[in-house]
Write a protein that binds this ligand. Structure first.
Ligand SMILES: C[S@@+](CC[C@H](N)C(=O)[O-])C[C@H]1O[C@@H](n2cnc3c(N)ncnc32)[C@H](O)[C@@H]1O
Length: 353
């Protein structure tokens, strides 16, 4: 009987092994979250540069904190001086409050939404098995039902969206020719930061924000604060129901990616019906076919979160063009957002039949 050929053990470079081991660490991401939650880079930069002072200021245990700081130093967020004090590195600086990339607050585990989201990442296995969201399997209710069911979750989500839209509201206002629009309907407009930025930048514009009761209530305060309340209406309703017909442009920013194709098409159909023949629908989305590896990785990271949470997905321009078609929308143009390269604005016209 012929013996089966012996298989040579594969040769793997130490660099590849090291990279793989790095990717399997669960604790590195949590160490960085601990640094963000306890605001360690800010405290060190403010002068709490010994474990003793840092433990007092962060209300943590000196031994546990010392071990965490040693690891964070090895990860490159801090360095130690000759006399054993801590300094913040360039990478650590990016984890400070007020840094333009705004990453600290996205890792802060005192936000009930972010904390729940991060702790649900293991749902990815279930989502990959079924091809659908894992939220209900993990928590007994859908991601969107969780918004109102769990104390602090919806508010935490809105705060996160508010911070996110602070980064691109002005970009949307400046990257599109709004001169021919009179009334923009911001569909799923969240707490209103984007619409407020639009109305402030373009005094001729009027706006309506459509969202669920939680964010819609917060939007009222934000519009008053931004001094645009007199040009703004708030419509508390589901965007899966018939939308107000008063708009000549329907803006749908960072919403379509929350939905699977069926849900996204329903939402776009509501926009097309309300806008009427020749009306405009403007989508703002991350584009899944972005050029650089880093951008692609950021999009695919978000795509997995969408799969796992709400069953949504990140899409390419072609996929968004096709999605629009199923809702009676013709894709006209894709606009880059100034100073916001990770987002694009896709302009559609309602097809005339
Ligand atoms: C990812 S946020 C985007 C918010 C905002 N457009 C922005 O860019 O910051 C999605 C928004 O859709 C809203 N939303 C989800 N389901 C909805 C529904 N059925 N009807 C109306 N709004 C809904 C959420 O409340 C949330 O404000």
């Amino acid at each position: 009987m012929a013996s089966s050929p012996t298989r040579e053990p594969p040769v793997t470079s130490p660099a590849a092994v090291q990279k793989l081991i790095g990717l399997t660490s669960l604790l590195d991401p949590w160490a960085v979250r601990a640094a963000a939650t306890f605001r360690l880079p800010d405290l060190v930069a403010e002068g709490a540069d010994t474990i003793g002072e840092l433990a007092i200021r962060s209300e943590t245990h000196p031994d546990g904190l010392g071990r965490l700081m040693r690891h964070l130093t090895l990860l490159g967020l801090f360095r130690t001086t000759a006399d054993g004090c801590f300094e913040v590195t360039e990478m650590g600086e990016a984890l400070r409050d007020g840094h333009p990339i705004g990453i600290r607050s996205t890792l802060d585990q005192t936000n009930p939404f972010l904390s729940r989201l991060d702790q649900s990442a293991h749902g990815l296995l279930q989502a990959v098995r079924t091809g659908g969201p894992a939220w209900e399997h993990l928590h007994g209710l859908s991601f969107w039902d969780n918004m109102t069911a769990e104390p602090g979750f919806g508010e935490g989500y809105d705060a996160q969206m508010n911070q996110h839209s602070a980064m691109f509201g002005a970009a949307i206002a400046r990257s599109y020719d709004w001169s021919s629009v009179r009334h923009v309907i911001d569909v799923g407009g969240g707490v209103g930061r984007t619409l407020a930025a639009l109305l402030r930048e373009h005094p001729h514009l009027r706006g309506s924000l459509v969202d669920l009761p939680g964010p819609a209530t917060e939007a009222a305060a934000l519009f008053a604060q931004a001094d645009v309340a007199d040009r703004c209406a708030i419509v508390q309703q589901s965007f899966l129901d018939a939308l107000p017909t008063s708009g000549d442009a329907y803006l749908v920013a960072n919403v379509v990616h929350n939905w699977d194709d069926e849900g996204a098409a329903s939402l776009l159909r509501r926009c097309a019906e309300a806008a009427g023949p020749g009306g405009r629908v403007l989508l703002v989305e991350r584009i899944a076919s972005t050029a650089t590896d880093e951008a692609l990785q950021a999009v695919s990271h978000l795509d997995l979160f969408m799969l796992m949470t709400s069953g949504g997905r990140e899409r390419s321009v072609d996929e968004l063009r096709q999605l629009g078609k199923t809702a009676g929308l013709e894709h006209r143009k894709t606009h880059a957002l100034v100073n916001c390269p990770w987002l694009s604005l896709l302009e559609y016209a309602v097809e005339t039949v």
